[in-house]
Write a protein that binds this ligand. Structure first.
Ligand SMILES: O=P(O)(O)O[C@H]1O[C@H](CO)[C@@H](O)[C@H]1O
Ligand code: HPA
Length: 223
């Protein structure tokens, strides 16, 4: 139970504003579940997502340990902390220097080695777009030039809220498809994304479960 509360591995399928494609929720509602975790005493948040590969050295099925993210909506007015003037959960104008905990990333690499998954694991930058449509070839090329290795529609808002209130974070992106960089390539296909996710779910689960077993009990965030 202690481990369960201290280390929740979550996929925000139901609660993330970016996963509820029919009717996006306003940003404070992304923050709410994370704040509930905080009040429950959660110290570590694991986020996972399906993402399109932008880095040409990646292949479908790779698992990317998220080192940092770029939130396209967050760069404008859709920052998930917008409107939080109550400092109960964190300061009003926070710096968020290390969103993805370096100690947890190191732990991940040692577990990856033990599980023999090195050949399919990468470490890189996730860019979050608003969705729900997939992006154009020109946008994919732009996102790659910005320095992103993978593109997805979730995780960044939850991670920002978690770091703001002092929860340390670990993130994984599963490369479910390669973003088309030329107009004559087939467009992103949701069925392909679901299929890759199904095929690779077991390895992602193994990695997450092994990491959770080895987590330190106290919140010694590397930042
Ligand atoms: O981020 P998760 O919830 O894994 O979902 C990912 O998969 C969907 C695309 O198929 C997009 O919503 C993308 O963000
Ligand atoms: O290309 C993509 N864009 C956004 N989200 C995604 N999730 C899987 N692939 C993609």
């Amino acid at each position: 139970m202690h481990r369960l509360i201290n280390s929740i591995s979550l996929h925000f399928k139901k609660v993330s504003s970016f996963s509820v494609k029919d009717k996006p929720l306003p940003f404070p509602q992304v923050a709410m579940p994370v704040h509930v975790f905080k009040m429950l005493g959660v110290e570590t948040l694991f986020v996972t997502n399906a993402a399109g590969g932008l880095n040409s050295s990646y292949t479908i099925g790779d698992i990317m340990i998220v080192k940092d993210h770029i939130s396209m909506p967050g760069l404008t007015t859709d920052n998930p902390l917008t409107g939080f003037t109550n400092e109960r959960f964190g300061e009003q104008l926070p710096a968020l220097p290390e969103l993805y905990d370096s100690g947890l990333r190191e732990l991940a690499w040692s577990v990856v080695g033990e599980l023999g998954l090195q050949k399919m694991v990468r470490e890189g930058t996730l860019v979050q777009v608003g969705g729900p449509s997939f992006d154009t070839v020109s946008v994919f090329n732009m996102l790659r030039r910005l320095g992103a290795d993978c593109v997805g529609m979730s995780s960044a808002p939850e991670v920002t809220v978690a770091r703001h209130c002092g929860i340390r974070v670990f993130g994984l992106s599963l490369v479910t498809d390669m973003a088309p960089m030329e107009s004559d390539l087939p467009p992103t296909n949701h069925q392909e994304i679901l299929q890759t996710a199904e095929v690779r779910a077991r390895d992602v689960q193994k990695l997450v479960c092994e990491m959770i077993k080895r987590l330190p009990n106290n919140n010694t965030s590397s930042t």
